[in-house]
Design a protein around this ligand. Structure first.
Ligand SMILES: Cc1cc2nc3c(=O)[nH]c(=O)nc-3n(C[C@H](O)[C@H](O)[C@H](O)COP(=O)(O)OP(=O)(O)OC[C@H]3O[C@@H](n4cnc5c(N)ncnc54)[C@H](O)[C@@H]3O)c2cc1C
Length: 209
C-alpha cells in the first residue's frame, strides 16, 4: 500500500448554504494539482481531541475534479458535534487544515451505459454534485441521470438553483425534490410535497415509465 500523504490545506472561502450548512473551499498550496475522482472524500485531522483517531473526520468532496489544487466541501453543523463545532466556530478564511486523501470507491462506473439514480438527503448530496458536475464538465456520455433529494424542510434543500440550471446543460438529467414538512402539502394531508408539476406518480413514471 502506498504511504498515506498528509496535506496542509488552507481554507480560502466559506459560504452559508442554509442556516446550519456551509460550503468550505480548501486549497492545497504545496501542490499545483490535488487530483481526486468525483465521489471521493478527504479525512481531516482536527485539533479537537488528544487521541489521533478521535480527531479524524471525513468529508465528501462536493466540487468536480478540475485539475486544480482546490476543492469544495459541504458540511452540516451537528448539535454537540466536536468537529463541526470547531469548523463552524473556529475555522476562518486562512485557517490551516491538515488532511489526507482522497479516498473511497464511491465513484461513477467507467462507462455510464445504464440509467443512474442518485438518492440522498442533506450533505449526502455532496458526492452526487461532484459526479454530475464532472459528467457535464467532461461531456461524459451517459443515459438518464436522476437526482432524488429528500428533506424535511424546504430550506434544507442544497444547491437547488444549481441543479435546476444543470437540467438545461444536461438534458438527460432530472432533479426531484421532496419536502416532507413543506407548506402547504399538495394535495392537503399528503406527507410529501413535490415541486410544482412533479407528483409522486410523475417521479415513478419518469424513473420506470
Ligand atoms: C465517507 C464520509 C463522508 C462524509 N461526508 C460528509 C459531508 O460531506 N458532509 C458532512 O457534513 N458530513 C460528512 N460526513 C460525516 C462527518 O465525517 C462527521 O461524522 C460529522 O461532521 C460529525 O462530526 P462531529 O465531530 O461534528 O460530530 P461527533 O462529535 O462525531 O458527534 C456526532 C453526533 O453524535 C452525538 N454524540 C457524540 N458523542 C455522543 C455520545 N457519547 N452519546 C450520544 N451522542 C453523542 C453528537 O451530539 C453529534 O450529534 C462524512 C462521513 C464519512 C464517513
Amino acid at each position: 500500500m502506498p504511504p498515506t500523504i498528509w496535506y496542509e490545506g488552507r481554507v480560502t472561502r466559506i459560504d452559508p448554504l442554509n442556516s446550519n450548512t456551509r460550503s468550505f473551499w480548501i486549497e492545497v498550496p504545496e501542490t499545483d494539482r490535488f487530483d481526486f475522482q468525483a465521489g471521493q472524500f478527504i479525512t481531516m485531522d482536527l485539533p479537537i481531541h488528544e487521541k489521533r483517531l478521535q480527531r479524524w473526520r471525513s468529508y465528501s468532496i462536493a466540487s468536480a475534479p478540475e485539475g486544480t489544487n482546490a476543492f469544495e466541501l459541504c458540511i452540516v453543523q451537528l448539535e454537540g458535534g466536536l468537529a463541526t463545532k470547531y469548523l463552524f466556530e473556529e475555522v476562518r478564511v486562512g485557517t490551516a487544515i491538515r488532511f489526507k486523501g482522497p479516498g473511497g470507491a464511491f465513484v461513477l462506473p467507467e462507462t455510464l451505459d445504464r440509467d443512474v439514480v442518485m438518492i440522498c438527503t442533506g450533505t449526502g448530496v455532496a458526492p452526487f454534485r461532484s459526479m454530475l458536475l464532472d459528467i457535464r464538465n467532461k461531456d461524459i456520455p451517459h443515459r438518464k441521470l436522476h437526482l432524488i433529494f429528500g428533506t424535511r424542510f424546504e430550506e434544507a434543500i442544497l444547491y437547488k438553483a444549481e441543479f435546476l440550471d444543470l437540467m438545461k446543460s444536461l438534458p438527460k438529467f432530472t432533479y426531484f425534490r421532496g419536502v416532507v414538512e413543506g407548506k402547504p402539502c399538495e394535495p392537503p394531508g399528503r406527507p410529501t410535497r413535490c415541486p410544482p408539476g412533479i407528483r409522486a406518480p410523475c417521479l415513478y413514471g419518469s424513473l420506470f415509465g
